[in-house]
Design a binder for this molecule. Structure first.
Ligand code: SF4
Length: 377
């Protein structure tokens, strides 16, 4: 597995909870595409020759780039990197910014998966989150996506939003399932430092839902999506069989990915790098022929082991053979006797040499992670 991530740092309007880097001005959008092409060229030396299995346009709102711009980027990627025939090409879209013509044109450039930031079908929750779309636009976006030929569509859903109730979350889930996306990412609202939402929280202007309600909502999400035919393959991710996101699995399987664009994070070999956040600094560096990195770090064997265990556990399980061959560790032996207790309690499945979380286990994933990473190896 090998992925490519491109960060498109533009949004029509910032959502109050979002800490991804993006700006509301579209003044530099054309220049941005030219500079991104330059960064793809600059990073040629880091490319190992491996076949890429996924390309992911994230942001920000990639659907603010024209199909022509996306087409130019895709063409440059294909010229520079060996991208597999069956690669997944995802573009994140705001349901408020799509039209049939545009979606057809993106599809023609090779984009074959869309990810819509829907979040909710309840007007008061969408207003709270500062989303620019309404429930009708989210429904329409799915209709247009199918018409435009997309056979693989994700929708994001948010829960534990202040003001949300079990009834409104049930309504949101029903609306989403009725649209039959192939994949659903469901996240609990996080109060990220530095966001307007966090500032409101500190001033006492918003009241987070109590933790037990958050837990109850997560259970509702898991139970509803499972009974609707979506299987959970990561703490926050659910897919119809065969529609698991290849790009996210690249991250969760601790595989390599190259990243481009302001604030993007990449991982090559044992090195992690992250680009400068500011669009201006990033553009300046790339235009001068310099890698626009804010920093890079070399992961130690211990870091690599921790990441491997943590990421696999959250996703589709820890492959014991790989832990043995990569790190020379007999994990079953090291986790004894806790492992047997977790299996007996129904948190972990031990099958086919993979330790994976059960539905119950996903709910206590953080606690299990602390125990596993705290073990001496
Ligand atoms: S549209 Fe997406 S990236 Fe942009 S501010 Fe909202 S959540 Fe963040």
């Amino acid at each position: 597995m090998f992925g490519l991530y491109l960060h498109i740092p533009f949004c029509e309007k910032k959502c109050s909870y979002c800490d991804f880097y993006s700006i509301e001005s579209l003044a530099h959008v054309d220049r941005f595409t030219d500079v991104l092409l330059q960064e793809i060229d600059l990073r040629r030396d880091q490319y190992s020759g491996a076949m890429a299995t996924s390309v992911f346009f994230g942001g920000g709102t990639p659907s603010l780039l024209s199909p022509k711009a996306i087409g130019r980027i895709n063409e440059r990627l294909r010229e520079t990197i060996h991208i597999g025939e069956s690669a997944e090409w995802t573009m994140e879209c705001n349901p408020g910014t799509v039209t049939l013509d545009r979606l057809e044109a993106y599809h023609a450039t090779g984009i074959n998966r869309l990810s819509f930031g829907v979040q909710s079908f309840t007007a008061s929750e969408l207003a709270f989150l500062d989303r620019i779309h309404d429930a009708d636009q989210a429904e329409q976006a799915m209709v247009l996506a199918r018409k435009a030929g997309f056979r693989n569509v994700n929708m994001d859903l948010m829960f534990a939003v202040p003001g949300q109730t079990i009834e409104t979350l049930t309504h949101n889930l029903e609306c989403m399932v009725a649209l039959q996306p192939d994949h659903i990412s469901a996240y609990s609202l996080i109060y990220e430092h530095g966001t307007p939402l966090y500032a409101k929280l500190k001033k006492g202007l918003v009241q987070p839902l109590p933790e037990e309600v958050d837990v109850e909502m997560y259970k509702l999400v898991i139970d509803t999506l499972r009974s609707a035919g979506y299987h959970q393959y990561e703490v926050s991710n659910f897919a119809k069989p065969g529609f698991e996101c290849k790009h996210n699995l690249t991250y969760w399987h601790a595989a390599n990915y190259l990243a481009y664009g302001p604030s993007a994070h990449g991982f090559v070999g044992t090195t992690r790098y992250w680009n400068k956040r500011s669009l201006t600094s990033w553009m300046q560096d790339v235009s001068n022929g310099t890698l626009p990195e804010a920093n890079r770090e070399e992961l130690t064997p211990q870091d690599l082991l921790s990441e491997f265990l943590f990421l696999h556990l959250r996703a589709d399980g820890i492959p014991l053979h790989d832990v043995q061959s990569k790190f020379n560790i007999d994990l079953r032996k090291h986790l004894h006797p806790n492992l047997q207790y977790w299996i007996d309690e129904g948190f972990i499945n031990d099958a086919n040499n993979v330790l994976s979380l059960t539905a119950e286990g996903y709910r206590v994933c953080d606690e299990l992670t602390v125990k596993i990473l705290g073990t001496r190896y």
